[in-house]
Design a protein around this ligand. Structure first.
Ligand SMILES: Nc1ncnc2c1ncn2[C@@H]1O[C@H](COP(=O)(O)OP(=O)(O)OP(=O)(O)O)[C@@H](O)[C@H]1O
Length: 307
């Protein structure tokens, strides 16, 4: 059986009266690249801070590599994390910063530092002070801090924030390499869902502090829907026409758009049908099923269920 790296079990967290997490449970298995998805303020960083003990746990239980939070020291040594803005010593250079981290972790080998700098693409900036690094370069330095001790479990909060397109591709390759060559298990959050889709093997959705759903990439690929997104003036009228013409299934996305799932009609047939029935059609887009669309649908269903 695959080892459970993280067992997050009915964890709740309050800040004052505010319920940031509400009985959240999920597990991460060895070898997973687990994408955590949720809106701003959903609770992703709070989860990561609880795992790494930056934030104290009061309700629920967390175990890491089989050790419970109360006695976690070995498990934390096997875990690397980059949570929120990477905290570097600004007046130290890249290499000096990494020497500090190496010392903290009892790493003697100089090549480990050089390899890490090269791995994250900062070779040309090794003698640059942290305060003079660009946002993307600081992200890379934060990543270097997290991976220097060769963790078995890596926690990354928005690691591609501020990276340029080539930087994003490099980080994707790097995570793939860590996961495939060093069997590093990864928990990662990002608002860039196209990217998260490419790297992750499993997805957990969190909404207003509640864990909503978990899917593997294979399940997501089966479930995500492709179809045509219609932009119309009158959603009620358009849905009546679709309904009476048996164009199903479709779903109303908001007050001007309707998503029609793949069916026998193509865009030409569909626009003809709507226009002939007096629906003002402002646009239509063919959509391939995506994580973004899956997420939007899931949140819509969840909000409707909560009403
Ligand atoms: N120390 C704190 N004191 C009070 N409220 C807090 C604290 N830390 C987090 N929160 C609140 O808890 C909620 C969850 O925050 P969290 O940082 O986990 O969200 P997130 O999902 O990581 O969001 P984002 O995508 O914006 O980073 C937010 O409403 C936030 O304001």
């Amino acid at each position: 059986m695959t080892e459970t790296v993280l067992d997050f079990n009915h964890v709740s967290k309050k800040f004052g009266r505010f319920q940031a997490l509400d009985s959240v449970s999920f597990q991460i298995k060895r070898g997973d690249i687990y994408g955590l998805i949720g809106e701003n303020g959903a609770g992703k960083t709070t989860i990561m801070k609880l795992i790494t003990k930056i934030s104290p746990l009061r309700t629920g239980s967390i175990s890491l590599f089989g050790e419970s939070t109360s006695n976690y020291q070995q498990a934390l040594k096997r875990t690397g994390a980059m949570i929120e803005s990477p905290a570097a010593f600004n007046s130290l250079t890249v290499i000096q910063n990494l020497k500090v981290i190496a010392k903290q972790n009892g790493i003697q080998s100089k090549t480990a530092i050089d390899d890490t700098i090269e791995f994250v693409g900062l070779s040309k900036k090794r003698k640059t002070k942290a305060k003079h690094l660009s946002l993307g370069q600081k992200q890379r330095l934060g990543l270097a801090f997290a991976i220097l001790p060769h963790p078995d479990f890596l926690i990354l909060d928005e690691p591609i924030n501020g990276l340029d397109p080539s930087g994003i591709i490099e980080i994707r390759k790097l995570l793939y390499k860590l996961n495939h060559e060093q069997q590093t298990t990864i928990l990662i959050s990002s608002h860039i869902l196209t990217e998260l889709y490419q790297v992750s093997t499993k997805f957990g959705f969190i909404h207003h502090g509640k864990f909503i759903k978990e899917v593997t990439k294979e399940e997501l690929d089966k479930e995500k829907e492709s179809g045509i997104l219609l932009d119309v003036d009158d959603v009620a009228k358009a849905s009546e026409v679709l309904d009476s013409s048996n164009v199903k299934p479709f779903s109303i996305q908001n007050d001007h758009s309707i998503f029609v799932k793949d069916n026998h009609l193509n865009t030409g047939n569909l626009s003809q049908l709507l226009i002939m029935n007096g629906v003002a059609l402002n646009g239509m887009t063919k959509q391939e099923g995506s994580l973004e669309q899956y997420y939007t649908q899931l949140m819509k269903k969840t909000d409707e269920g909560e009403k």
